[in-house]
Ligand binder design. Structure first.
Ligand SMILES: Cc1ncc(COP(=O)(O)O)c(C=O)c1O
Length: 432
């Protein structure tokens, strides 16, 4: 029996509607996934009631003996998964994990080098509308106009000219494997810390399908809800712990504090209050799932599906930035189709296909219009789509773009999408 149906039928109905939307439409937003029923169960558990400011064994509140175990498990499983020596699983989101890195490694006004938002970077990598762009002196690198891949020469030139204290590597809409070692070489020459934000490809990195940033970066952050397929949230990791170079000492002993201590105290009490223990437990569940062989097969399929879909889109005459993909996503420039990103997003939505408009490198349109779309395969792969299903996905997207503004096409595609999706049952226990 649903309690919510009795006590708050309106919210119950909204949740049912959203469940149906997720089940009946093609979910191609690259940053989304379908968390497992076990992750959902932990997220909806009584752990939401527990206050646990502090860290396991050192809480500001009593009654933490069980949530301590959940947080220890989450940290241990995460470190095991990525081969890290330090992990913090408390950040409420990716943006908060990133904020903790800034507050640990740089001071307001310091120089930071990150990837341009329009070239694939994230708001928290120095956008003027974000705290990062307001507090720090940001310079940005991008992709080469010819290849669509990160221009390492430009990164090096900028790094040597600007001498940033911190270099950010990682992106929201970059489809290629990143050379973290090359970034570290540049960071070392410039005297900068190197931070990788792997929010998008974390699942592919955990399963060794993409280059590993942990050995090369001073710090690594991620979200837990994209390819990693956990609950919404953020994490921070380090490949090794070391004494902080900022001269911060423990007040009583005068001992130089380790970076792990600094990062922990920046997260809490620095920028957060009590951790969301139901989410921390759900993170532990997701990291446990990610250690299973089935997760490695899943990630292989995510990558194979993206690769097949990219090839099919090119055959349909779409212009993919960098020509293809190494990971779970692709960025498509729609200039040659005479359709804006905004028009495409609306047309797809009307046709039962959910994806997002996206700036393309050197875009001549505003972020509210854009010239591109971003497509990801993490969610459809979770529901069971294989390479041969990509033909259907590519055909539907192509049909909508070729018939832009034709409502009859939208109606027909929406019906076809619904029928196709019904072959891949999802959350059967959650829908009415
Ligand atoms: C690269 C990158 N970093 C950070 C974030 C922020 O994550 P959140 O939305 O959980 O704050 C995102 C989210 O899209 C992202 O793509």
């Amino acid at each position: 029996m649903s309690h919510l149906l009795q006590t708050d039928p309106r919210i119950h109905e909204i949740i049912q509607d959203e469940t149906s939307r997720q089940i009946n439409k093609l979910q191609l937003i690259a940053s989304e996934n379908y968390a497992s029923p076990s992750v959902l169960e932990a997220t909806g558990s009584v752990l939401t009631n527990k206050y646990a400011e502090g860290y396991p064994g050192k809480r500001y509140y009593g009654g933490c003996e069980y949530v301590d175990q959940a947080e220890d498990l989450a940290r241990e499983r995460l470190m095991q998964l990525f081969g890290a020596k330090y992990a913090n699983v408390q950040p409420h989101s990716g943006a908060t994990a990133n904020q903790a890195v800034y507050f640990t490694f740089v001071q307001p006004g310091d120089k930071v080098l990150g990837m341009d938002l329009a070239h694939g970077g994230h708001l928290t990598h120095g956008s003027p509308v974000n705290f990062s762009g307001k507090l720090y002196d940001i310079s940005s690198y991008g992709v080469s106009k010819e290849s669509g891949t990160i221009d390492l020469d430009e990164v090096e030139t900028l790094a040597m000219r600007e001498k940033p204290k911190l270099i950010i590597v990682g992106a929201s809409s970059y489809s290629r494997n990143i050379d973290y070692k090359a970034f570290r070489d540049i960071a070392d020459r410039a005297g900068a810390f190197l931070w990788a934000d792997i929010a998008h490809p974390a699942g592919l990195i955990a399963t060794k399908l993409l280059n590993d940033p942990i050995p090369h970066c001073h710090v690594v952050t991620s979200t837990t809800h994209k390819t990693l397929r956990g609950p919404r949230g953020g994490i921070i990791m380090m490949g090794e712990d070391w004494e902080n170079p900022f001269g911060i000492v423990a007040p009583k002993s005068g001992r130089v504090k380790m970076m792990s201590e600094i990062l922990d105290s920046v997260v809490m009490p620095g920028i957060q209050g009590g951790p969301l223990m139901h989410v921390v437990a759900a993170k532990a569940v997701a990291f446990g799932e990610a250690a299973q062989p089935s997760f490695a097969s899943y990630q292989k399929q995510v990558k194979a599906n993206a690769s097949r879909l990219a090839g099919l889109m090119v055959e349909h005459g779409f212009n993919l930035i960098s020509g293809g993909t190494d990971n779970h996503l692709m960025l498509i420039d729609l200039h040659n189709k005479n359709v804006t990103g905004k028009e495409a997003e609306h047309a797809m939505e009307a046709s039962g296909i959910t994806l997002n408009k996206n700036m393309v490198p050197f875009d001549d349109r505003s972020p509210f219009v854009t010239s591109g779309i971003r497509i990801g395969t993490a969610a459809i792969t979770t529901r069971g789509f294989r390479e041969h299903d990509m033909t259907f996905v590519a055909d539907m997207i192509n049909t909508v773009i070729d018939n832009i503004n034709d409502e009859a096409t939208y109606d027909r595609v929406r019906d076809e999408v619904r029928t196709y999706c019904s072959k891949f049952p999802l959350y059967t226990e959650l829908s009415e």
